[in-house]
Design a protein around this ligand. Structure first.
Ligand code: FE
Length: 338
C-alpha cells in the first residue's frame, strides 16, 4: 500500500506502509489543511516523542477516501477546517471517540463534541469589514445591521452557500429562529452591491475599489492581507469590526481534529492529539494562520492582539452543524446567489 504525500493534488513523495505499520513508532494524518500550517507542529511532535508523522494533504475528498479504504485505511487522525467538514466526517461514520482528560481540560466544552468524536484546535471569527472612509465608527455593530435598508447597494459578500457563510447563517437561525433569520437574509440580499462572488479577501478589495462599503470576512484574512504587498492597501482601506459585542458576541468557526475509527496507531494518534492542545502547539498553530487558540490562556500572535480582544459567541458548534441544512435551504429560498 502506498502512502503518498500530496500537496495541491500533486504527489511529491511516498513511503510504503507495510503490515507492520501499526507496530512502528508513527502516526498517519490525513490533512485538509495546507502543509505550511501543520508541518511545524508535526516536526515539534516528532522531536519531542520520536514518533514519525506521515501526512496526506488534499483540498477535498479525504473523508470519502477513508470510507473507501474501510478497515484497511491507514488513517489515524483527520485534520480539517470548518465545523461542516468535521460534521461530515462524523456523519460518515469514520470517526471514533477519544476519552482524554487532557483534551477535555484544555478545550472549552462548546468547542468539542460531547461524545469525544471531534475537537477544535483553532478558532476564527466571522467579522464585518467596513470602509474607513465611508462608514463611521460605530455605524455598524451587529450582524443584524447588515439587513438595515441604510446599507442598500453597499454590501459585498462571497457566495451564500460557501461553508463560512452557511455557518454564520446557521448561527442566525439558532439565535433568531428560522422565520426571522430568513427575513434578515432577505434584507441582506437586498442590500448587496453585486451578485455574490469571489472569496473573503475579494470583498475587502471591492471596498478599497469603491464597489461597496461593508463586507463579511474571516478575521485571519485581515493579517494575511496586511502581510501581502499587493493586498495591504485593501486591508488598510477598512476597519475590522467584531460584531455583536454588546450582546451574544462574534460568530466563531474552527479548525479541528478527529480520531479515525480503527486507527492502526491509536495510541500515537491520541498522543498527537494531546500534543496539539499543549501551550506550545496551540501558540504555533494559531499564530501561523492568524487564528485564535482554543485553549484559554495561550498567548495570541502580536498582530492578532493588536486588532483587540472581543466577546465570542458561545453557541455550540454542534448547533451550527445541525442547522446547516436549514441554512442552505434558506439561501436557496431567498435566491441569495442569483
Ligand atoms: Fe479561509
Amino acid at each position: 500500500m502506498k502512502f503518498a504525500t500530496i500537496i495541491g493534488g500533486l504527489a511529491i513523495g511516498s513511503a510504503v506502509l507495510g503490515a507492520t505499520a501499526a507496530s512502528a513508532q508513527e502516526v498517519n494524518v490525513y490533512s485538509l489543511r495546507q502543509a505550511f500550517l501543520v508541518e511545524p507542529l508535526f516536526k515539534k511532535f516528532t522531536d519531542q516523542t520520536g514518533i514519525k508523522v506521515n501526512v496526506i494533504f488534499a483540498e477535498k475528498g479525504l473523508v470519502e477516501r477513508i470510507k473507501q479504504e474501510g478497515v484497511n485505511s491507514p488513517a489515524d487522525v483527520l485534520m480539517t477546517v470548518d465545523i461542516s467538514r468535521i460534521a461530515q466526517a462524523v456523519d460518515a461514520g469514520v470517526t471514533d471517540a477519544v476519552d482524554s482528560d487532557i483534551l477535555t481540560a484544555s478545550i472549552p466544552a462548546h468547542l468539542r463534541d460531547e461524545t469525544g468524536h471531534w475537537f477544535a484546535l483553532t478558532q476564527r471569527g466571522r467579522a464585518i469589514y467596513a470602509s474607513k472612509d465611508r462608514v463611521g465608527a460605530g455605524e455598524i455593530t451587529r450582524y443584524e445591521d447588515l439587513a438595515d435598508a441604510k446599507w442598500a447597494g453597499r454590501v459585498c459578500t462571497r457566495s451564500g452557500t460557501h461553508d463560512y457563510n452557511i455557518a454564520l447563517f446557521a448561527s442566525m437561525i439558532a439565535h433568531h429562529g428560522a422565520k426571522d433569520a430568513k427575513t434578515w437574509l432577505e434584507g441582506l440580499k437586498s442590500n448587496l452591491a453585486r451578485k455574490p462572488q469571489g472569496n473573503d479577501r475579494g470583498q475587502v478589495k471591492a471596498i478599497k475599489e469603491g464597489e461597496c462599503d461593508i463586507a463579511i470576512g474571516n478575521t485571519y484574512y485581515y493579517g494575511k492581507m496586511l502581510d501581502d504587498p499587493q493586498q495591504r492597501s485593501w486591508a488598510e482601506a477598512v476597519n475590522i469590526v467584531f460584531p455583536n459585542q454588546d450582546d451574544r458576541g462574534m460568530s466563531m468557526n474552527i479548525s479541528g481534529m478527529t480520531l479515525i475509527k480503527g486507527a492502526p496507531n491509536r495510541e500515537n494518534a491520541v498522543k498527537l492529539m494531546e500534543f496539539l492542545v499543549s501551550d506550545d502547539a496551540q501558540k504555533i498553530y494559531a499564530e501561523v494562520n492568524y487564528e485564535y487558540p482554543v485553549k484559554p490562556g495561550v498567548e495570541w500572535a502580536e498582530n492578532v492582539k493588536s486588532w483587540g480582544t472581543f466577546k465570542a459567541d458561545q453557541l455550540p458548534l454542534t448547533e451550527i452543524a445541525r442547522l446547516r441544512p436549514d441554512a442552505i435551504k434558506m439561501v436557496d429560498q431567498v435566491g441569495y446567489n442569483e
